[in-house]
Design a protein around this ligand. Structure first.
Ligand code: PEP
Ligand code: MG
Length: 581
């Protein structure tokens, strides 16, 4: 299709970054027709299926051998699952049976077997197992591609995607690895979700990616010039010069910035007037640990432990969690790691079979965070035991999410004591003086921060939720996004209340919401007295650069004026003023 005007499509951004280049449509599966063979061709057809399956196993093994050792452990598993399926006796026998007994062509035998498996998966309630039909689908597609005689000259799965943006129907781990390995620029899929194995993989490999772009395969043709904006989930097909220039500038700025800012990382995090400001990282996945290497940070200010619980249909055992936490603690070599206890529910996807209250109505106001943990003591206790055991290997702190009442702290502390007693009886080592802190992200806790501060060792401000709950805006609802304002006067006053409560009670206060990573607010927060910032690792250089070029003593006065200024426009003006260097 000849397209003259730019077309903008939107999907779910799963891995950040911008890619500009020609696209390549990768195997949207052709429709498979019901096809039969003559009896005398049975043996020939059986040989064809055997060799297509052998070739697919070989291709998968080649991909597996090509991936770097750092990701091999996790990713190799996905590929092994695919290889196992092709070797599965029942699967192979059924296909061959269709050829021998029903005189199906190879393609039809394979496809009708797939349809039958799919039908049985459709009836499964468990959403995790249900999703595994994706694996069968990927395998069937690969075998079909190898059956295609016209493709005999291609090298199967080993292809050259250099400088191309790959568009596919459904993201398979093999697609992602091939794109990455052959220096593809990014990857887009028509279907798929944020927590699929493949999406997780794109993030680990820092390969820009968007999924769930409905109809992209109908609209795009191989060779079209496109822009993939992995920050906003936008695809711009046939962009004009102005759009391309804009995105090229963004890419250039980010490369230049990275170079300049890498120098900043080597410096100490001290302001111009000699205030030490703590800079910590937020982590969601253990693979991200490699990104924080050389970032010279003061620790992990927020470890979102949900990754261990999502994308599966059961709960991780204490031992499994212990091993994962220990690994992180050891890598931090004495710097603290703040483990936030499980915060599933609301926007944090979890398997459907895990009860989280009446999801249908108001998930953000439902059974999430500490409420969920206190509703199921055994899950909470297991996690606490694992965190406590990890504390024997380095500096560890426990942080409780979504604290709304003081009694939640009391209940959680009781369970933490219980977990300690169990560990003692099991003769397992842990740090008994472990610090316990809370996320301040619910207005009731923020308003009474002074009282809550008396019960804990530290506070960490979760602005993502604090803004959502104070302004009554669902943080994932596009339609009310315009109201999501971190500089709302009510928010600024709550922030000041929390920071002051920490100072008064002599306990540290950190901020780990996205506001900590927003360059517009660094000086505002410094002026309010904030001494610890925790953010996603990629934001650290820019924020640190502002911190080391700020004079805190000169900020207190103008910031005090901003927190009292009722006029939004004037507030913005004053904010711009303090941000000028
Ligand atoms: C927050 O609410 O600001 C926060 C850091 O937690 P999460 O984004 O994981 O809810
Ligand atoms: Mg939160």
């Amino acid at each position: 299709m000849k397209k003259t005007n730019p077309i903008i499509m939107k999907g779910l951004p799963v891995s950040k970054g911008v890619a500009i280049g020609k696209c390549h449509i990768e195997h949207g599966r052709k429709s498979i027709e019901e096809n039969y063979i003559e009896k005398k061709l049975i043996n020939k057809e059986l040989k064809r299926i055997d060799s297509a399956m052998d070739k697919t196993i070989l291709d998968l093994t080649k991909v597996k051998n090509k991936i770097s050792p750092s990701i091999k452990k996790n990713i190799g598993l996905f590929l092994d699952t695919h290889i196992l399926l092709i070797n599965d006796k029942v699967f192979v026998d059924n296909i061959k049976g269709r050829i021998k007994n029903n005189l199906n062509s190879c393609e039809w035998a394979l496809y009708s077997e797939y349809l039958e498996i799919k039908e049985s998966f459709d009836n499964i309630e468990d959403s995790y197992i249900k999703q595994r039909i994706e694996d069968v689908n990927h395998v069937v597609n690969m075998i079909l591609a190898n059956l295609d005689v016209k493709k005999k000259t291609t090298k199967g799965l080993i292809k050259d995607f250099s400088n191309l943006i790959i568009i596919t129907d459904d993201l398979s781990p093999a697609d992602v690895l091939l794109t990455y390995d052959s220096k593809g620029l990014g990857i887009i899929s028509e279907y798929g979700g944020r927590t699929s194995h493949s999406s997780i993989l794109t993030r680990s490999l820092e390969l820009p990616s968007i999924v769930g772009v409905k109809n992209i395969l109908k609209i795009c043709t191989s060779g079209d010039l496109i822009i993939l904006d992995g920050h906003q989930g936008l695809i711009i097909i046939n962009p004009n010069k102005k759009i391309i220039d804009h995105y090229k500038k963004l890419q250039k700025n980010s490369i230049q910035n990275k170079k300049v800012l890498s120098e900043v990382l080597k410096k100490k995090s001290i302001t111009l007037d000699n205030e030490k400001i703590e800079i910590m990282a937020n982590l969601e996945l253990p693979h991200e640990l490699k990104i924080i290497n050389n970032k010279n940070i003061d620790g992990i200010g927020l470890f979102r432990t949900e990754y261990l619980y999502t994308d599966r249909d059961d709960f991780p055992t204490e031992n499994e969690q212990y091993k994962a936490y220990k690994n992180i603690v050891e890598k931090m070599k004495g710097n603290p790691v703040i483990f936030r206890t499980l915060d599933i529910g609301a926007d944090k996807e979890i398997p459907e079979n895990i009860k989280t209250g009446s999801i249908a109505r108001n998930p953000a106001l439902g059974l999430r965070g500490i409420r969920y943990s206190l509703s199921d003591e055994s899950i909470f206790c297991n996690q606490i035991k694992a965190i406590l055991r990890a504390s024997a290997h380095g500096k560890v702190k426990i942080m409780l999410p979504m604290i709304t009442t003081l009694s939640e702290i009391t209940s959680a502390k009781k369970l933490i004591s219980k977990a300690k007693s169990i560990l003692e009886s099991e003769s397992k080592k842990f740090e008994s003086d472990i610090e316990i802190g809370i996320m301040v992200e619910v207005p009731s806790c923020a308003v009474l921060a002074d009282r809550f501060a008396k019960e804990v060792d530290f506070l960490s401000i979760g602005t993502n939720d604090l803004v959502q709950y104070t302004l009554a805006i669902d943080r994932v609802d596009d339609e009310v996004n315009y109201l999501y304002d971190q500089s709302n006067l009510a928010i600024l006053n709550l922030l000041k209340t929390i920071i002051d409560a920490g100072a008064k009670n002599k306990i540290p206060v950190s901020l780990c919401g996205e506001m900590a990573a927003d360059v517009n607010y660094t000086r505002l927060l410094l002026g309010m007295g904030l001494k610890s910032f925790s953010m996603h690792p990629s934001a650290i250089p820019e924020i640190k650069n502002i911190i080391i070029n700020s004079n805190v003593s000169k900020l207190a006065k103008p910031v005090n004026v901003i927190t009292k200024c009722g006029a939004k426009a004037k507030r913005a003006e004053l904010l711009t003023e303090i941000n000028k260097s």
